[in-house]
Unconditional design. Structure first.
Length: 435
């Protein structure tokens, strides 16, 4: 898929209401995006699928929703105040700014083509600062969290005790994170405000290799189960120079975007770094008493850290297709039915002879269980095409035969094929396909 597919996707997003530029009527705000009616449904489906895969399918994973603003010492303990920096260079000629670890400094500036025009790299802290209370002074500084994980670590004992969990167990959270990225871009791939879906799994020291394997496999399969093409996904293991100083092992799940292979999710073996530091900075005991072994220790952590917006982009890129159907070129979003923003459309063939009423009855009935769409305007072919672009997997068409034998046609988005099913089977059909 070439880069121009990204342009097509951005334009489809605006046209159909997946994603809009933030504050567009004011000229937009760099790297900020708003989800429209279809996008917000897709994003909710991504989050629901993740939440289910974590907290519903595992009785040893609990959910939380922590505050975005946290005690400022959290970010000292986590290492973010001192170390959450990226190296930054400026082009002296055109003033463009880059992350020096993401470009080749021996090559000309990618914006203006000048050679040897870069400043020396400077370290830049990515945390957004603000002030708590009415007085803007240093003692009142708080940070917008740059990751959701810390809200999990500081609640380790709260969750363990209230949910009566024993190791190994996990805590899952979905929420906003903020990073003052030097070079955001590629649509919703890298933004300054984004959502993460993180799960921190607390384990006995020494068992981390086994849990890394388990979670790597489970997370990779999650993307496949939700329809992502296998040949577009791969693992990348961090080499010694990439590995964070506290990590004993780390893998990225990468996806082949139109702009190349990029990280989608990180699976990291974080040792006891997080709880050890919070114990030191808070002065609170964060050890775990292991009854079976009759010993106390600080748990190790294996984390799975996925970007929600980045997943949305992945589902969109992966679904985007253009093909020929009935001699016409069409754009079709081939979402897995679980991810599709609209699950089905109900269409009367014509507006007269009582077909609208029959279709409306079916629509109202399906609406109780799923996000469905009713459309009676325009030629039937055009209505199908509109649903293809939105990624709606099934269209149910009410026609004259419906009045005779209580059947409707179901039209499949991917093949364009149609078959008749009886009206009283439509619900069971959708339940089976969507789950
Ligand atoms: P990068 O090296 O690309 O800056 P990272 O390794 O710092 O990313 P993590 O801190 O491991 O990323 O964050 C976990 C996940 O959060 C990433 O895999 C990604 O999906 C998502 N994420 C991180 N930064 C952003 C961002 N600026 N915009 C959107 N998603 C992000």
């Amino acid at each position: 898929m070439a880069q121009d597919t990204m342009e097509k996707l951005v334009s489809l997003s605006k046209r159909r209401g997946f994603v809009f530029q933030s504050s567009e009527i004011y000229g937009g705000l760099n790297s900020c995006w708003d989800y429209g009616p279809l996008g917000v449904e897709l994003k909710r489906n991504v989050k629901d699928a993740w939440w289910k895969a974590m907290t519903q399918k595992h009785d040893n994973i609990e959910g939380i929703d922590a505050s975005i603003l946290m005690h400022p010492t959290v970010w000292k303990a986590s290492g973010h105040v001192d170390g959450f920096t990226d190296p930054m260079v400026d082009c002296k000629q055109c003033k463009s700014r880059f992350r020096s670890d993401k470009i080749d400094l021996t090559k000309p500036c990618p914006t203006c083509g000048t050679r040897d025009s870069y400043t020396e790299p400077r370290m830049f802290n990515l945390m957004f600062k603000t002030f708590m209370g009415p007085v803007e002074e240093d003692t009142n500084i708080v940070y917008l969290r740059p990751e959701t994980a810390q809200g999990i670590y500081v609640n380790f004992h709260n969750v363990r005790e209230s949910a009566r969990q024993k190791l190994p167990f996990g805590i899952a959270q979905i929420g906003k994170a903020f990073r003052n990225e030097i070079t955001p871009g590629n649509f919703i791939f890298r933004t300054r405000e984004f959502e993460q879906m993180e799960m921190q799994f607390f384990i006995k020291p020494g068992t981390e290799d086994g849990w890394m394997n388990t979670w790597r496999e489970e997370r990779f399969n999650w993307y496949l189960e939700n329809g992502i093409k296998k040949d577009k996904l791969r693992f990348h293991q961090h080499g010694p120079t990439e590995l964070a100083h506290y990590a004993s092992d780390a893998y990225d799940i990468e996806y082949e975007f139109p702009f190349g292979w990029q990280e989608l999710e990180g699976i990291h073996s974080r040792t006891d770094f997080d709880l050890k530091n919070h114990q030191q900075y808070s002065g609170k005991n964060l050890q775990y008493y292991d009854q079976e072994a009759n010993e106390k220790y600080i748990p190790f952590i294996v984390e799975t850290s996925a970007g929600c917006d980045r997943s949305v982009l992945t589902f969109m890129v992966d679904a985007y297709d253009e093909d020929e159907l009935g001699g016409e070129t069409r754009v079709v979003m081939r979402f897995h039915p679980k991810m599709a923003p609209i699950k089905a459309a109900v269409l009367p063939l014509v507006k007269k002879d009582g077909l609208s009423e029959l279709a409306d009855n079916l629509f109202r009935d399906l609406q109780k269980n799923w996000k469905v769409f009713y459309d009676e305007s325009g030629a039937i072919g055009r209505r199908y095409r509109r649903q293809d672009e939105a990624g709606t997997p099934f269209c149910f068409t009410v026609d004259y035969q419906t009045k005779e034998d209580n059947t409707v046609t179901v039209r499949y988005r991917d093949s364009g094929e149609q078959e008749r099913i009886s009206l009283d089977k439509v619900k069971a059909f959708l339940a089976e396909k969507i789950g």
